[in-house]
Design a protein around this ligand. Structure first.
Ligand code: 13P
Length: 254
């Protein structure tokens, strides 16, 4: 938690979900309408195929929906890609950029991620910009250097607390059930805050820095209580409304 920053609990459904999964989104919306919105903001990023229907479902609820990636350009001959403008048109308020699964599987560079964040702003939506070290980088002791490099390379200097959310996701913690210790998370988030301050000045103090990687109901209170952790980016546990709501409920006891 950071005093003065309202937390955000975000779900990344990745390549999971068909129309049948929208019942989980309805249940998530009900949970937030029944009072959880007092504790935290909520965002669900379903696959692009479900985005418009998801946006309808959450339209009169506190829950927002977002995309999982966007092309840097507004339109053009880019078969299979989706622009930030298209996401916004489908009802998205946010888009995840630079997720490690895209950095790894699609060779995305820091400069490419920065262009996608700027594309999100151009479309009028907020970028959820992911950074994080691999297992090998952590074992080499270079975690903080990697985070510095990713921030310098992929966070545009015009980033504000309004148009950008940072998500720290250690690659080795994603989908593995492994998490860093609370002390390691505290160190990484304090470092990210300091680097953002170098880049953005006073604005950095207001920016949300989410933690992602094997967040589940059983570890949510411990991870979300850490200083400078302003919410979570949840993968697997966001697919089940009960788990996602239980993670958000952690804020009732923090
Ligand atoms: O990659 C993630 C969210 O973007 C985290 O995924 P898991 O919560 O499944 O580890």
């Amino acid at each position: 938690m950071t005093p003065g920053i309202r937390p955000l609990v975000a779900g990344n459904w990745k390549m999971n979900g068909t129309a049948a999964s929208l019942g989980e989104l309805r249940a998530i919306s009900h949970g937030f309408m029944s009072g959880l919105d007092a504790e935290t903001d909520a965002l669900i990023c379903p696959p692009a195929t479900l985005l418009a229907r998801a946006a309808d479902i959450v339209s009169s609820t506190p829950v927002k929906v977002g995309g999982q990636d966007c092309h840097a350009k507004e339109s053009g001959a880019h078969t299979g890609d989706v622009s930030a403008e298209m996401l916004k048109d489908a009802g998205a308020s946010h888009v995840i950029v630079g997720h490690s699964e895209r950095r790894t599987d699609h060779g995305e560079t820091d400069a490419g991620v920065r262009a996608k964040a700027e594309a999100a702003w151009r479309a009028g939506i907020c970028a959820v910009l992911c950074i994080g070290e691999t297992k090998a980088e952590r074992e080499l002791g270079s975690t903080l250097d990697i985070l510095s490099r990713q921030i310098t390379g992929s966070v545009p200097s015009a980033a504000t607390a309004h148009n950008t959310v940072i998500a720290y996701e250690p690659v080795w913690a994603i989908g593995t059930g492994l998490t860093p210790t609370a002390a390691d998370v505290a160190e990484a988030h304090a470092h990210i805050r300091a680097e953002l301050k170098e880049l953005l000045g006073a604005e950095a103090a207001k920016m949300r820095i989410l933690y992602g990687g094997s967040v589940k109901p059983s570890n949510a209170v411990e991870l979300l209580s850490v200083e400078n952790v302003d919410g979570a980016l949840v993968g697997g546990a966001s697919l089940k409304a009960a788990d996602f709501l239980a993670i958000a409920e952690a804020y009732r006891s923090i």
